[in-house]
Every structure is written in structure tokens, then in C-alpha cells.
Design a protein around this ligand. Structure first.
Ligand SMILES: O=C(O)C(=O)C[C@]1(C(=O)O)C=C[C@@H](O)C=C1
Length: 359
């Protein structure tokens, strides 16, 4: 057995050396791409190319014969591209901090570890930080499969000059964290309002007496729970590690498969990747049939809608802005035509961005 093990490891060592050589060959090519981009100034375009990264991963997933699952191919090659990209130019990405939030997880999932993360105090700060050029990109949650839309993000999208250049989905496993194990003696549960909502059923069943206190982030909740014996936090596993807490109850979200979708904000529009989405914000007149007129061109031209969400327009009571996600890139002729026609029935249309559909 020992001999067999040694032989297998020898083969792994030999392969690792080949992988190492290939990785560095790839890195040198990426460096050359980086020089080309930077030496061409404006024309060279941005360093980060979300459409190209999506194409690289999709192509390799399609070619993948296993046994590695497609999800591992995505993770590994995103890290490879992250390291290559950092050689071209280091990027800063802002997200809701502190360390240990699901926003941080989303930022790492999209940009990899070789990126400078900039945790900030609120969703508003994420927008402001990118707008002020203190970070090249920002990552904000936009909807959750249990709790629906993140209203604050939608409101901020209406006002920002930034563009949406990516989306990333993160499976959100919520845990009850505290200094010690068990549920006895918990008087207060801290979490972000979204997470309290995602676990409302569980809290009603197991901790009906505990006070629920909404705080700025799940990681902040974990920090508070680490300070007191009778407090607990709802947060992800990462926060337990960061703040040295025990997982008193794992997987307490009410809906299985609880997932949050995040948007990537930047300054450059992403060109088509072959499988894209476009997000719009549309103001319509408050009159009968307005919504029907608005979405009719999409149906007629065969452009699929994946999301329709209304939100108070704040221009007057009972007036609404519709957030529409559709399949396709704004540069595709049918998509462009459908948007143009819809705009004729709208007071205004803001294209928030076109971006590669999450892998
Ligand atoms: O193809 C490019 O434009 C590159 O810069 C190379 C590369 C890569 O490592 O494959 C790195 C960064 C970009 O976001 C996309 C791809």
C-alpha cells in the first residue's frame, strides 16, 4: 500500500511540475495582453474583461471530460485568471464589509483572491467608492430567492452613473453563531435585516423569545455576538471563522437553496459574451395598460424577460419604476429594437447594463 501511494504521489509531483510550467506560460501571455492594453491607452480598453472571462470558463466547462465537476473548473480557472489579471494590473473591489459577509464571498467568487478587497460600511458606500474612483469595481446584492429584491440597491441603481458589468450568484447558508454551543440563554439575535427575514420561520420555531436586532451586516452581527454570552448572530460560516464563534445551529434558512444574486458595478460596459442579460429601469405613465404596452415589444420580438420588479418611483405617490431583466445583450439587434420600442411607451428608460449571465 505504501509503495503504491508513493508511486501515485510521484506521478502527481511530476504532473504538478508540468501544470506549474503551463500556468507560468499562461501568465506570461496575460502579461503580454496587459502590455498591449496599457500601451494603447484608451483604445487598449479595460484590464478586466468580464465577457472574456465568462467565455474562457464556459469553453472549458464544455470541453471538460471530468472527473472534476464543472463548478470546480469555474472556481479553479477564475483563480488562474485572477492571478494573471493581477500581473496585468491590480484591481480594487468594494463590497459591504467587514470581513466575512456574503458580499465578500460574491466579490471573491467573481474576481478571485488576487484582487484587493475594499470592505465598506453600506451599499451606498459601495456605489460612492466606485464613483469616486477609490475602487475600480463594486459588488452589491440585488435579490434573494427567499426575501426578493434588495430595495436599497435598486434605488441606488436609479441614480448612479455606473454600469452593471456582471452578475454573480452565491448560495447563502445561514447559521446561528455564538460564543458557546446550544440555544440555551440566547436573549438577542443580531443580523442584517435580509438574513433575519430569510430565517424568520426558524427563529419563530426555536427562539421565539429572543429579540431580533437588525444591524449593518452579518459580519457586524457576528462581531457583536462575540462580545456577549447571551447574544447570537445569523451569518455565514466565514463570519464564524473570522470572529471565533461556534455554529450553534447550521443551515437555518427557511427555504432550501437560498441564493443571493449580486451585481458587479463598474465604469466600462461589457461587450457581448454570447450569453448575456440586460437590466433596465423604466418609468411608465400611471394609466391603464401601461405595463402591457411596455412589455409587448419584448414578447413580439422574442426577447425573454427573466425579471420584472416594481418599486415606488418616489416622484409622487403610487407611481412606479419597473426593473426589467431580459435575456440578451443591448447590442443584439432584436434586443436593441425591443428596448427602443418599449421606450416609446415609457416616460424614460435607463439601461443599467448588459453583462454575462452568471455561470
Ligand atoms: O484576455 C484578456 O483580455 C486578458 O487580459 C487575459 C485574461 C486571462 O487571464 O485570461 C485576464 C484578464 C481579463 O479579465 C480577461 C482574461
Amino acid at each position: 500500500m505504501n509503495e503504491e501511494l508513493a508511486k501515485l504521489r510521484e506521478q502527481i509531483d511530476a504532473l504538478d511540475e508540468r501544470v506549474l510550467v503551463l500556468l507560468n506560460e499562461r501568465a506570461r501571455l496575460a502579461q503580454a495582453v496587459g502590455h498591449l492594453k496599457l500601451s494603447n491607452g484608451e483604445e487598449g480598453g479595460p484590464i478586466y474583461r468580464p465577457e472574456r472571462e465568462a467565455q474562457v470558463v464556459r469553453r472549458l466547462q464544455a470541453a471538460n471530460a471530468g472527473p472534476l465537476p464543472g463548478e470546480a473548473i469555474e472556481r479553479l480557472f477564475k483563480e488562474v485568471m485572477s492571478a494573471c489579471r493581477a500581473l496585468e494590473q491590480p484591481l480594487t473591489v468594494a463590497y459591504l464589509g467587514p470581513a466575512g459577509t456574503f458580499s465578500e464571498e460574491a466579490a471573491v467568487k467573481q474576481f478571485g483572491q488576487s484582487t484587493h478587497g475594499l470592505p465598506v460600511a453600506s451599499f451606498d458606500e459601495v456605489f460612492k467608492t466606485v464613483e469616486a474612483d477609490l475602487a475600480e469595481f463594486g459588488v452589491v446584492p440585488v435579490e434573494n430567492t427567499t426575501e426578493g429584491a434588495i430595495g436599497r440597491t435598486l434605488d441606488l441603481l436609479l441614480a448612479t452613473p455606473l454600469t452593471v458589468c456582471g452578475e454573480v450568484a452565491v448560495r447563502v447558508r445561514q447559521n446561528l453563531l455564538r460564543k458557546v454551543g446550544g440555544l440555551a440563554g440566547i436573549r438577542v439575535v443580531y443580523s442584517h435585516a435580509q438574513s433575519l427575514g430569510q430565517c424568520a420561520g426558524w427563529l419563530n420555531a426555536y427562539l421565539p423569545q429572543a429579540e431580533r436586532v437588525a444591524v449593518a451586516s452579518n459580519a457586524e452581527a457576528a462581531r457583536l455576538a462575540a462580545e456577549s454570552e447571551d447574544a447570537a448572530a445569523i451569518a455565514g460560516e466565514r463570519a464564524a471563522e473570522v470572529y471565533g464563534l461556534a455554529i450553534a445551529a447550521p443551515g437555518i434558512e427557511d427555504v432550501a437553496g437560498n441564493t443571493t444574486r449580486f451585481l458587479v458595478l463598474g465604469k466600462d460596459a461589457a461587450p457581448p459574451s454570447g450569453k448575456d442579460k440586460t437590466s433596465l429601469a423604466v418609468y411608465v405613465r400611471n394609466k391603464p395598460g401601461a405595463l402591457l404596452e411596455l412589455i409587448e415589444p419584448f414578447a413580439r420580438l422574442g426577447v425573454g424577460l427573466c425579471k420584472l420588479e416594481s418599486r415606488p418611483a418616489k416622484s409622487g405617490n403610487w407611481e412606479y419604476v419597473f426593473f426589467i431583466d431580459l435575456e440578451g445583450h443591448r447590442e443584439e439587434p432584436l434586443v436593441a429594437e425591443a428596448i427602443q420600442e418599449a421606450a416609446r411607451h415609457a416616460l424614460s428608460v435607463k439601461v443599467l447594463g448588459s453583462y454575462p449571465t452568471a455561470l
